[in-house]
Design a protein around this ligand. Structure first.
Ligand SMILES: Cc1cc2nc3c(=O)[nH]c(=O)nc-3n(C[C@H](O)[C@H](O)[C@H](O)COP(=O)(O)OP(=O)(O)OC[C@H]3O[C@@H](n4cnc5c(N)ncnc54)[C@H](O)[C@@H]3O)c2cc1C
Length: 462
């Protein structure tokens, strides 16, 4: 059993605070409610203490304080986790949002990033050099959580998952020690953090390989929801046979309002969001077969990479209710497509949606044991999200999401991408998601965190 912060005497807390350059926030203080907010408004946890770290020393002191006082500890990067794994009740939150720095090394095309940065900050820093690090599709997501879970996004087919571009990390471990991990140093840990989440320690700095990506050609194409089965059948063949330069994820969604034209508002669609990073002179040729499918609406064109990364930020501000369910899929067969049509036609609120991200191209050429990310051979990482600003709709979006998932799950490959899972899915789901890599993850956990100090995550039990 963990102790809870409120049982610690105040001298102990004062002594700890005196060691820090960062800030402690306790219940009852003016900024407590602001500090404990995470992206998902459905999460309402009340930690006993939040520690906003500003450097590695703060992280070491916090880990030691948490361990010596037997506290439950959550680690917060960008705070985006659907299940709210960046926060906990009663225990201590080690908040990394004060550890932000980015240094682009133009000669080696590598980027050093702080453990508390978010992806929009990285894109902003790399773009003037014509470089980008593969990440997700929303710029407010944390570098920490997204990377440690895998990282699927617009550049996955061309340059692999985010973990495939991780070269090195600095970490504070459960015993308070500080290590650097890469292919040559602590290589077992380096393997484990490329998908194994926050189970192994706190990453204070990441080093990524960046790539020449400046202007992309992309955007959404929409078809009436009635065409879902036809479009998904065509899409499956098309995307996996396209050059790696082209990425596109397929979705069922409602167009909620501006910036889309009014005639589309509040209608359901089968959508594909494209991102092409090849020779721009060939873009119209690449997009010709897509436009030949006669989308009702196509808003594709050249844009700076940070623009595609922020395309949906405005629609999805923090604080809304989110409920997630996910699975990997190999196929998009007829039965599955008919379920997408059925549930895509009954999306309960304008922002609720389903996405299937293609896992092909470079992301699929990494071996299934090279990183913990076990589903390199699945064709899709699928996710269903019930989203709405109004808490009174929480039940409605949760039910739709679960029902949709239940209908798809029999056709899935078994596990899910850990970053798309909630916090209540159980150990069997975690095991299924790491498949043949789970046992090795357990061995490394036993070596570096035998007491499961880092357990507010998709937990690998030692
Ligand atoms: C709107 C939205 C869009 C998304 N889009 C994508 C997408 O396109 N592609 C994709 O792959 N995922 C996507 N995700 C999922 C996202 O990858 C996960 O939610 C991820 O956990 C978020 O990371 P975070 O640092 O913001 O979260 P947090 O809630 O801060 O942390 C999540 C987990 O990571 C751990 N953690 C975070 N930082 C560190 C660190 N530096 N060291 C050690 N542990 C750490 C935490 O302890 C916790 O267990 C999206 C999520 C949202 C809400």
């Amino acid at each position: 059993m963990s102790n809870i912060v409120k049982d610690l005497n105040s001298t102990k807390i004062e002594e700890f605070a005196a060691q820090l350059r960062g800030q402690i926030t306790l219940p009852g203080e003016a900024n407590y409610d602001e500090a404990r907010k995470v992206y998902n408004g459905m999460i309402n946890k009340r930690p006993g203490m939040l520690v906003k770290c500003v450097d590695v020393a703060d992280v070491i002191h916090s880990v030691n304080f948490g361990r010596e006082n037997n506290l439950l500890v959550a680690v917060r990067g960008g705070g985006h986790n659907g299940g709210g794994l960046g926060i906990c009740d009663d225990g201590m939150v080690i908040d990394l949002s004060g550890i932000k720095f980015i240094r682009v090394d133009v000669a080696s095309k590598t980027v050093r990033v702080g453990g508390g940065n978010v992806w929009g900050e990285v894109d902003h820093a790399t773009h003037p050099f014509g470089l980008a690090v593969p990440a997700g599709i929303i710029s407010t997501t944390g570098v920490g959580g997204l990377t440690l879970g895998g990282g699927v996004g617009h550049l996955s087919r061309k340059y692999g998952l985010t973990i495939d571009n991780l070269l090195e990390a600095d970490m504070v471990l459960a015993d308070g020690s500080f290590v650097t991990v890469n292919e040559n140093q602590n290589s077992d840990l380096f393997w484990a953090i490329r998908g194994g989440g926050g189970n192994y320690g706190i990453v204070t700095s990441f080093k990524f390989q960046a790539h020449n990506v400046k202007t992309v050609f992309g955007g959404p194409t929409l078809w009436p929801i009635e065409k879902t089965e036809e479009i998904m059948e065509w899409y499956h063949d098309f995307i996996h046979n396209s050059p790696d330069d082209l990425n596109g994820f397929v979705a069922t969604m409602i167009i909620p309002g501006p910036p889309f034209p009014e005639h589309l508002h509040n209608k359901q669609f089968c959508a594909i969001v494209w991102c092409y990073v090849g020779d721009l002179d060939k873009a119209s040729e690449v997009f010709a077969p897509i436009l030949a499918k006669n989308p009702l609406f196509a808003h594709v064109g050249e844009m700076p990479y940070p623009a595609i990364q922020t395309l949906f930020d405005g629609l999805l501000p923090p604080g809304m209710q989110w409920y997630w369910r996910a699975d990997f899929f190999n196929e998009l067969g007829a039965e599955l497509r008919s379920q997408h049509l059925k549930f895509g036609s009954s999306i309960p609120t304008p922002l609720s949606q389903m996405h299937m991200y293609p896992i092909s191209g470079a992301a699929s050429r990494v071996g299934e044991t090279e990183t913990p990310w076990a589903y390199r051979n699945a064709n899709y990482a699928g996710v269903i999200v019930g989203v709405d600003p109004n808490p009174s709709n929480a039940e409605k979006i949760t039910k739709w999401c679960k029902d949709y998932w239940e209908a798809l799950h029999p056709y899935s490959s078994g596990g899910a991408y850990s970053n798309f899972m909630m916090d209540d899915e159980g150990q069997d789901r975690v095991k299924a998601s790491y498949k043949h890599n789970y046992d090795r993850l357990v061995e490394i956990k036993k070596k570096y965190d035998p007491n499961n100090f880092f357990r507010v995550n998709q937990n690998i039990k030692p």
